[in-house]
Design a protein around this ligand. Structure first.
Ligand SMILES: [Mg+2]
Ligand SMILES: [Zn+2]
Length: 201
């Protein structure tokens, strides 16, 4: 896969980590194998743009076992992510990094969510710890990975979100949003209010 250039200056408002399938684009039971199969969920690109413009560094952390299963090549995955980054830019946003686990489930890698490796790669790359950083996902394994590194698990109801909501044991302690747009709106408003309090105190 293409190397991810190091981040420049740290983002003003901190980091937001997003799962890909079921959060940004439609999940497919047969995997997203080509750029043409990357079909964006309504409002997701604009939500990333809003986060970017509000001062967040947005990063993607995604399991892509289709590569390990031989359904697509690493070059195909790079092409899919080039389309994703271009579409985000066209909407006025930016992805600072797209981190993918290409391994099959039986490969025993450290990076496939729910394991923590992918999020730890991001932490090392960004030079941060992940405590309190929102990790937005639609699957149980996204929430588990987030929780294992002290990040803030955020569930969206898109993708597998409704099913996850039924399966997650601690729904009372979970932040749930209709979709990425609803999360972005909440997160930006919340942190803007906090910044006002800080600046105006
Ligand atoms: Mg997903
Ligand atoms: Zn992996």
């Amino acid at each position: 896969m293409m190397p991810i250039p190091p981040p420049g200056a740290p983002p003003k408002r901190g980091w937001v980590i997003l799962d890909r399938d079921g959060v940004i684009n439609r999940d497919r039971a047969d995997y997203v194998k080509t750029p043409a199969e990357l079909d964006f969920l309504p409002g997701s690109l604009e939500a990333i743009a809003a986060l970017t413009q509000a001062g967040y560094g947005v990063v993607v952390a995604t399991n892509q076992s289709g590569v390990g299963r031989g359904l697509l090549s690493e070059q195909d995955l790079d092409a899919i992510h080039a389309k994703l980054e271009t579409a985000v830019q066209a909407a006025g946003g930016q992805l600072l990094g797209v981190f993918a686990c290409p391994h099959a489930p039986d490969a025993g890698c450290a990076c496939r969510k729910p394991r923590a490796g992918l999020l730890q790669q991001i932490a090392t790359w960004a030079g941060i710890d992940l405590v309190g950083v929102p990790v937005v996902g639609d699957a149980v394994r996204d929430l588990e990975a987030a929780r294992s590194v002290g990040a803030l698990p955020i569930l969206v109801r898109t993708g597998h979100g409704e099913k996850t909501l039924r399966e997650w044991p601690d729904v009372a302690g979970l932040s749930v949003f209709a979709d990425l747009t609803a999360f972005a709106r909440h997160w930006i408003t919340r942190s803007t209010a906090a910044a006002w309090r800080q600046d105006g105190a």
